[in-house]
Each structure stands twice: as C-alpha cells, then as structure tokens.
Design a protein around this ligand. Structure first.
Ligand SMILES: [Ca+2]
Ligand SMILES: [Ca+2]
Ligand SMILES: [Cu+2]
Length: 201
C-alpha cells in the first residue's frame, strides 16, 4: 500500500494547491494593506452653518481628511482666508457657495497640506465683517505609526504576517514592509516593527 503512488501524488498536489492559496492570500492582503495605508487614517468632519456661525468654529483636522460644510439656512459661502479677506492656505483655495443650490460643500484636504491654521469665512455681504462669520481649521499631521502596515491603528500579528510575507528584496511593486527604505525587508525592518508593537500613538 505504501508503494501505491497515487496517494503521495494526491498529497503533493493538495500541498501545491494550499501553497498557491496561501500565496495568493498574502498577495491579496498586501494589496488591501496598501490601499488601507493610504486612506485609513483619513477622517471626515462635518461643520454646520448655524445663523452667522460655523459650528464648531475651530476644529483640529489632519492632512487628507475630508471636511463637509452643511447649510442650515440663508445664503453663505465657504471661502478660505483670514480677516474676512479671501486667500489661499498652503496653495489650497476654498471658495464655494453654501446656499439652497449648494447646501453641502465637501473638500478633501491634500495629504501633504502644511500644519498650521487654515482660516475661512463667509464672503456674503457683511456676514464676516459685521457678524463675525469666520472660523478655522487647525491642521495637524498625525504621528506616524511605524509598523502599522495594514493601517488599522495597531501594530500586531497581522502586520508581522504581512512583513514576513514580503520578506526579502523588494519587488517592483510598493514595498510597504520596507520600513527603513533600503530596498530589503529583513531583520532591520522587523526590529522597527517590533519597536512599535501595540496601539499606535
Ligand atoms: Ca496594523
Ligand atoms: Ca528595509
Ligand atoms: Cu454668510
């Protein structure tokens, strides 16, 4: 019976199938991880126009976040600038009506937007000058979370698995597990990952 070849052959092909399955799972996870890394940290914030005010009037956000302004009533604008004067912030200009035709203004902040204070106001008549209809966004870049390869806010076994799956020289595709950017996924990167183990700061 042991000399009967079909059994080992069947086992071998099963092993091969399993290996292929594991391999494609690793590839799929890596692709998912790349797309998650790009967007996982981004949040959406809603600011509501109430009378001659934007609520909340100050809000801390991160580059890459999406800001949504919602109208309650009247005709207003969302216009970047300070002291009721239109202007750009780090190359970003916002200027949109916030009225019955455009009751919602949505802006995705550039992922490389500089840290600082992005002022904006309503540029209708004297809403800003007379009624103080101005507000601001405080732009603060989040602390990097080295080793969080899948972008879920924690460095754990899932990230370790991704790193081990990408072990060795980087290919032509994105090499997200190459934490120190030297073109190799090896012990140096593993050390960085383990050093950041746990919940992201
Ligand atoms: Ca993670
Ligand atoms: Ca490396
Ligand atoms: Cu207004």
């Amino acid at each position: 019976m042991i000399g009967n070849v079909p059994i080992p052959l069947a086992d071998q092909s099963l092993d091969t199938m399993l290996m292929r399955q594991v391999f494609s799972t690793v590839i799929a996870s890596t692709i998912i991880a790349i797309s998650f890394t790009a967007s996982a940290a981004a949040e959406t914030h809603v600011i509501v126009q109430e009378g001659f005010a934007f609520v909340p009037s100050s809000l801390t956000v991160a580059p890459g976040d999406t800001i949504i302004w919602q109208r309650t009533n009247g005709a207003h604008t969302v216009t970047s600038g300070t002291n009721c004067t239109p202007g750009a912030y780090d190359g970003l200009t916002i200027n949109s009506g916030l009225n019955s035709v455009t009751p919602t203004v949505e802006v995705e902040l550039p992922s490389d937007l500089a840290e600082g204070t992005l002022g904006y106001f309503c540029n209708i008549a004297s809403h800003c000058e007379s009624f103080g209809m101005q507000a601001s966004l405080t732009i603060v870049a989040p602390a990097p979370c080295i080793g969080d390869l899948n972008g879920d806010g924690v460095v754990n076994g899932a990230d370790l698995g991704l790193m081990l799956g990408a072990w060795g020289p980087c290919g032509k595709t994105a090499c997200i597990a190459d934490l120190n950017g030297d073109g190799q996924v090896n012990g140096a990167d593993l050390g960085l990952l383990l050093g950041g183990w746990g919940v992201c700061p």
